[in-house]
Unconditional design. Structure first.
Length: 151
């Protein structure tokens, strides 16, 4: 849909559909807590590209819906279910399970349809060491590298 606005004798064409599309594809998330330090600081804003499965790669920082984190979750995700969780994608389906998560995932490999998430600052992180493997469908998006937002 196009909206045409006449401004001071000139015509301004605003593409409402483009703005809607950008909002559906990109989100800004504010980091809360030190679990991703030093990569991300508390209060830092990051730009998130809503994911397609092809964007998931081990080592990327992702944003996850707390709905898929299991009944045993603790920490901020449990107290505030509307908050998104920011973690590093440590392993994909078929990858070996990282050592700190092995007690929670049988078979030594990440099961199909699941991922393993770890915080960069383990002392302050609630992650797959408590949750085990997380459904991949819980991943909302991928944090874009190198994008710095002010705020």
């Amino acid at each position: 849909m196009l909206v045409v606005v006449v401004v001071g004798g000139g015509v301004l064409v605003v593409t409402v559909a483009l703005v809607g599309l950008l909002r559906a594809v990109l989100s800004v998330v504010v980091v809360a807590g030190p679990s991703m330090s030093p990569a991300l600081r508390p209060g830092q804003r990051v730009l998130v590209l809503r994911r397609g499965p092809a964007r998931l790669r081990a080592g990327r920082i992702v944003v996850v819906s707390p709905d898929g984190l299991g009944a045993s979750r603790t920490g901020p995700a449990r107290r505030q279910p509307d908050r998104l969780v920011v973690k590093r994608l440590a392993a994909l389906p078929g990858d070996p399970v990282p050592p700190p998560v092995r007690p929670l995932v049988a078979g030594g490999m990440v099961p199909g349809g699941h991922v393993v998430l770890l915080g960069d600052n383990p002392e302050f992180s609630t992650d797959s060491r408590m949750w085990g493997a997380v459904p991949a469908r819980s991943v909302v998006g991928v944090v874009l590298d190198g994008v710095r937002l002010r705020g």
